[in-house]
Design a protein around this ligand. Structure first.
Ligand code: FMN
Length: 376
């Protein structure tokens, strides 16, 4: 018998965050916004998840500018007037369906491939001009470019509030622009934007503190972080709890309301037994450590309800079968983290959360890569 899932459907309130249940739709790039403008299909896609009981929906990554941030066809931005109008419709539709939604702001940084964009002449931005550690592709960002990037993130967060979203999430994970500053393998700067954690967190701190001043005390600002990197799934950007504290504390003090801690498998501990400072907490995952260190709410993610992890979608067979939620229930009951993000299961099936809540487990669907081909 599966364990009861009531804990997943209890409301959560802490600080600025108030959500009706613990299920978060993970941000997932869908590339269905022609001209970078989300259309009515995108509106309906998110509305379906709100109607089917997702506690908090996070949008796909949305570009804060139209050149350096992406330019990849059909990835939406929050810059063009038409794109803002489209996102306004999304926010209205989700709210009207009784849902809550945040806009994820995503600057691809060194993972933007200029050749695949409408602006191949524009070089990509990153802390030290690296995509792979030690393989220089571009110039490191200069002061003016860093200032521009910060301003554009803040403007995007302000737009999210003005358009009626419940919250905004800064994409600071997965080796993209902000993460290229966090990770010491891709940030070799010796100015105030590099060096120790204080320098490497400065860009994010500037974005958070300026955004906080602009949107006021009540609008939730989330940040997504990952220990793992696209260049190295086993990377530990912070090798010890003490280092993690140096990474997270400045972000918390700048005004972050919740840490969204990306993992490929939510049950995997962050630090091995025996690492200095781990002690009896060796079972904690990344979101568990973020909550313990900062006292802020945290969101976990990674292979919830599915048999395989998400990078498999880039291989020959990305199929994943429905899997037990018992381990998740145990961790949530223990209070390790507060909310759980669900990616592919909700991409495949808009009604996943409602099926779980009502025990319709026999109706849960297998995830197949075919789901990526349409906005179902
Ligand atoms: C198609 C696809 C697109 C994704 N795009 C984003 C994105 O735009 N921003 C982001 O932070 N993560 C993105 N991710 C990662 C997911 O948010 C999530 O962390 C990952 O899929 C693991 O969750 P899951 O195992 O429940 O699918 C994407 C994942 C998938 C499958």
């Amino acid at each position: 018998m599966p364990k009861p899932v009531d804990i997943l459907f209890t409301p959560f309130e802490s600080g600025n965050l108030s959500v009706p249940n613990r299920i978060v739709m993970a941000p997932m790039t869908r590339s269905f916004s022609p001209g970078h403008v989300p259309n009515d299909d995108v509106v309906a896609y998110y509305r379906r998840r709100a109607e089917a009981g997702v506690g908090l929906i996070l949008s796909e990554g949305v570009s804060p500018n139209a050149t350096t941030a992406t330019g990849t066809p059909n990835v939406p931005n929050i810059v063009f007037d038409e794109a803002k109008a489209g996102w306004g419709k999304v926010a209205d539709a989700v709210t009207a369906a009784g849902g809550k939604m945040g806009l994820q702001i995503w600057h691809e940084g060194p993972f933007r491939n200029p050749a695949k964009t409408e602006h191949p002449e524009v070089p990509s931005w990153s802390a030290s001009g690296f995509k792979m550690p030690d393989k220089t592709l571009w110039e490191p960002m200069n002061e003016a470019e860093i200032e521009t990037a910060i301003t554009e993130f803040v403007d995007a967060i302000v737009s999210a509030k003005e358009l009626g979203f419940y919250c905004a999430e800064i994409h600071g994970a997965h080796s993209y622009l902000i993460d290229s500053f966090f990770w010491d393998k891709t940030n070799l700067r010796d100015d105030r934007w590099g060096g120790a954690w204080e320098g490497r967190t400065r860009m994010a701190v500037e974005i958070i503190s300026r955004a906080r001043a602009a949107v006021g005390a009540d609008f939730p600002i989330l940040i997504r972080l990952s220990q793992w990197k696209q260049q190295d799934f086993k990377a530990l950007a912070a090798a010890t709890p003490a280092e993690l504290e140096k990474w997270l504390t400045p972000l918390a003090e700048a005004g972050v309301d919740a840490f969204h801690c990306s993992q490929r498998r939510f049950w995997e501990p962050t630090f091995e037994v025996g690492i200095e400072g781990v002690g009896g907490d060796a079972h904690l995952n990344f979101a568990g450590w973020a909550k313990k260190i900062t006292g802020k709410p945290s969101i976990s993610v990674g292979s919830v309800g599915l048999s395989g992890e998400f990078t498999a979608i880039y291989g020959p067979d990305g199929t994943s079968e429905p899997a037990s939620l018992d381990g998740l229930v145990d961790r949530m009951q223990a209070g390790e983290f507060d909310l759980i993000a669900v990616g592919r299961a909700l991409l495949q099936d808009a009604e996943w959360a409602e099926k779980i809540r009502t025990g319709r487990n026999d109706e849960l669907m297998t995830f197949t890569k075919d789901a990526l081909a349409a906005l179902n």
